[in-house]
Design a protein around this ligand. Sequence first.
Ligand SMILES: Nc1ncnc2c1ncn2[C@@H]1O[C@H](COP(=O)(O)OP(=O)(O)OP(=O)(O)O)[C@@H](O)[C@H]1O
Ligand SMILES: [Mg+2]
Length: 222
Amino acid sequence: MKPVIILKNITKIYQSGELSFRALKNINLTINEGDFTAITGASGSGKSTLMNIIGLLDIPTSGTFLLDNVETSKLNDNQLAKLRNQKIGFIFQSFNLLPRTSAIDNVALPLIYAKIEKYERLEKAKISLDLVGLSDKLKSHPNQLSGGQQQRVAIARALVTNPQILLADEPTGNLDSKSGFEIMQIFKRLNKEGKTIIMITHEPEIAKHAKKIITIKDGDIL
Ligand SMILES: Nc1ncnc2c1ncn2[C@@H]1O[C@H](COP(=O)(O)OP(=O)(O)OP(=O)(O)O)[C@@H](O)[C@H]1O
Ligand SMILES: [Mg+2]
């Protein structure tokens, strides 16, 4: 099995003025290609902090993070942004779609940053929306879609750059149990097709869909 994420002795200290808070304490974690891992833990335990580091949205205070064999601490901001765009698709609890923008344009957005021509952007966005069963909603705006459908648009957007890794922070947190279950079926299918998935959730019913469950307590992996 090929490791895609290796965290060695990762510590994160948030500093605000005189106050410092150790949100992650010497985390050691390896995620292999094809894993589907759920991260659970109480509110404030450090789940999002860990996710933001894995997603290159934040940098650790100390420790080593290898993403697909790249030592990330050696990269500058531009290189980090490029690696993030290539390797990682993000899915959030609150969908984070642009409100006055159609589903297809929301999904095509990451391809603008990847400098892909408009025609190809729309073709790829269509394929991506088809993967989540929304071929009939290309022109719909977020306020014309149900919560579950909006989250499927967000998944299509995460998939459109064909990233190796999907990171989801409470992807079902705003959904009823039926829509949440549907999102898990999509995740399981994507995982079978080869995506490595890391998902934060505090719901045991959702976590059990993953192949592996990791629990964080006070910044430590249990
Ligand atoms: N920017 C910050 N400055 C200072 N402390 C922070 C900052 N961000 C997070 N923290 C603290 O770090 C700890 C971990 O926060 P984090 O957001 O990772 O928790 P979480 O496990 O994702 O919680 P939740 O389930 O509520 O989303 C918390 O105690 C939080 O107060
Ligand atoms: Mg969180």
